[in-house]
Ligand binder design. Sequence first.
Ligand code: PEP
Ligand code: MG
Length: 897
Amino acid sequence: VKYVYTWGAGKADGNGGMKPLLGGKGANLAEMTRIGLPVPPGFTVTTEVCTYYYANKKSYPSSLQAQMEAGIKNMERIMGTKFGDAEGFPLLVAVRSGARDSMPGMMDTILNLGLNDQTVLSLEKATRNPRFAWDCYRRFIQMYGDVVLGVQKREGEDHEPFESLIHAYKHEVYQTDIEDSKLTADDQQELVKRFKDLVKERTGKVFPNDPWDQLRGAAGAVFGSWMNDRAIVYRRKYNIPTEWGTAVNVQAMVFGNTGDTSGSGVAFTRNPANGTNEFYGEFLINAQGEDVVAGVRTPEPVANLKDEMPKSYAELLRVRSILEKHFRDVQDIEFTIQEGKLFMLQTRNGKRTAAAALKFSMDMVREKLIDWKTAILRNPADQLDQLLAPIFDPAEVKKAKPIATGLPAGPGAATGRIYFNADRAVAAAAKGEKVLLARIETSPEDLRGMIAAEGIITARGGVSSHAALVARQMGKVCVCGAAAVQIDYDKKIAAIDGQTFAEGDYLSIDGTNGTIYAGQIKTAPSEIIAGLLHDDKAAQKTEKFKHYAQLMAWCAKATKLQVRTNADTPDQAANAIAFGATGIGLTRTEHMFFEGDRIDSMREMILADTVAAREAALAKLLPYQRADFLGIFKALKGFPATIRFIDPPLHEFLPHTKEQQMDLARKLEIPVERIMARVNELHEFNPMLGFRGCRLGIKYPEITRMQARAVFEAAAEAQKAGVKARPEIMIPLVGFKKELDLQVAIVNETAKAVQTEQKVRLTYKVGTMIEVPRGALTAGEIAQTAEFFSFGTNDLTQTVLGMSRDDAGSFLGAYQEAEIVKKNPFASIDQTGVGALMRVAIENGRATRPDIKLGICGEHGGDPDSVKFCHKLGLAYVSCSPYRVPVARLAAAQAAV
Ligand code: PEP
Ligand code: MG
């Protein structure tokens, strides 16, 4: 088996399409080599070795060593150097992890591997630069000691042990904190000795001198980091399967730290925060790549290279353009300039905010880099709601006082209480507080806190810092590198602009322009919401609004699946229509019974002992329902409305406290004992499987009759007012054809009566929810009566999995951790289980009634993966809450292109 893929000097075993095997980094290094870009040679150890490693008690395939040796030979040949050479210039390598996608929490990079007590001397001789040689060696021991040998901060220690040592040394020799660059070769040599002693003291082992031992150790550390806590947390959040594994990349070192004609940088081919087409990034002269992201020295904007190294800058711009044309997407690159010569160390598709994704996709269509269908795919559906997220209220923000600015790293507006540590931020958020995480800088340890926070502030770090990167990806509002924010972790305070803020105080941040404000600021709807729902003309003229409108127009062109909405009121329906919904997929009629004093009539109906008394109470409810339906028909302007008849257990409508019961008794002028008795009578041990759904209408047909009458009278009235009404009456919780037959008979009878009374002709459909397994299994029979099915995947998931939709929260976390379920099955369809049953229902339903209309109205209708699944199943529509409609439309279009 081939475990090692080499690249270098224009040739590569692999290519950009091999990400599953080579990881993202390795595949793209191969690809860049193939297209002639300057890439230092190297090789990738495949992800299969990672899988092997975990399947075989952390050991390696026997042929791996020989293949790695061949890989090193290839690098030696191209570089003209030798690994472990104690005579000439030694070959030094960088070792990096490389999952399919870069993953915070994974071991990142070890530089200068191959240095030891002998090769440091040959490096010194070859470069005639002892300071450089010993600096490299010192850095290597530090990085390797930290990430491979685990010499890290212990409980109670304030600083990294290696950093503490440097600090102590400076004070011992120079009596002050001189800059690292002022340390002499002798200083570095002494530090090397002390570092090695520290390793011995902390680990009990001697620092490995043999380059091959070093290399095997580093590879093991990469594979080991695949299973560390932070990597696992990250994978869980982004649903990355554990079995993917990581690759290891070994690449010949080039040096950005040989002097003032060298440097290292990171950049995006376009601005990943707001999407502007500008070269965007930063670099450091005389530094290795790690220094740029480490935040120790503050990097310069990449545009400054134009003056400082004009030739390299021109070359970099050439590479930028080649990369975008080749990958047809915005790239995130790392580069090193060694004595004026540019080398590319990495390229990958840049992570971006939703706003940037939208602008990139529109600009690139115009530039003819991509077509409109690709543009649809370039906008992640689950990020789209970032664009709909509120901004600060323009009037309020004018009154607010900016107290600091930083880099705008994650657009949007956020207000919240500040916390200086991830655990406390998580705890506060769990209590329902809106939280801003404020850190000097963030590291992967802070991930949980960042997830919990509305927004993130850092005092240090540039646009490529950890905070910026993660915020961009999660769509969090973020202001980073706000130097005026002086955080004291011990005292739990931040001094900003002469004011002191304690933990729990409010700040507000605008991640679109990088401003930090004291206190809370009211938020306002985003341009898109303002333009769509409030007909705000100024908002409609913004580029963001126009781009969004264009994207949705393309979605409409591509899509097969309609998107309807779950709406109970005319307002909700109108909003959904403005978002592009083409009808209502679910009106939960019982929601209307809770408004105002309708609940009293509802309760009267439930308490009634006789049919006549029940009918009298229902007669009071009828005008309310009719008015509601009329409003909905008008809001829908001719789009269909699926109206579901009463569903929940009756006891949900009853008063449960003594006070409420007394109150009701007074209103209805009946003894409170009767109410208490009825409440007891209606008590169920398992209400979700109890007296609910169509069972109510079977036992009390007068309820169904009233609801049908309200629908048809409203439809008649709408029609007389010139609005086409298209009711689709839906019976819930059907498991037997006979249940549906009995209900439909009442509906048809009532329709006939109303049409005669009102002298109108109405069109309507009757159908059923498929939400219990028996209904799905006997869908062939049920379809004899049902003109449509709507999958009620909330109840269907509950009944197929035998998991209460209201109680699953207590154990689902553990299930996700154990990877029994990848995602919450109540949020994203369990495609293998529930999905299989849906398939059965669809096949059988269609066999009976080939043109049966199929939809879904469970919560899953707004989840991108579930929407794509529904497309595959061939449903006619999905239905989701109004504000999810854009997300569902985008997902539906993505499934179709
Ligand atoms: C369902 O069960 O999926 C559904 C839409 O109905 P409800 O959530 O009202 O039970
Ligand atoms: Mg249901």
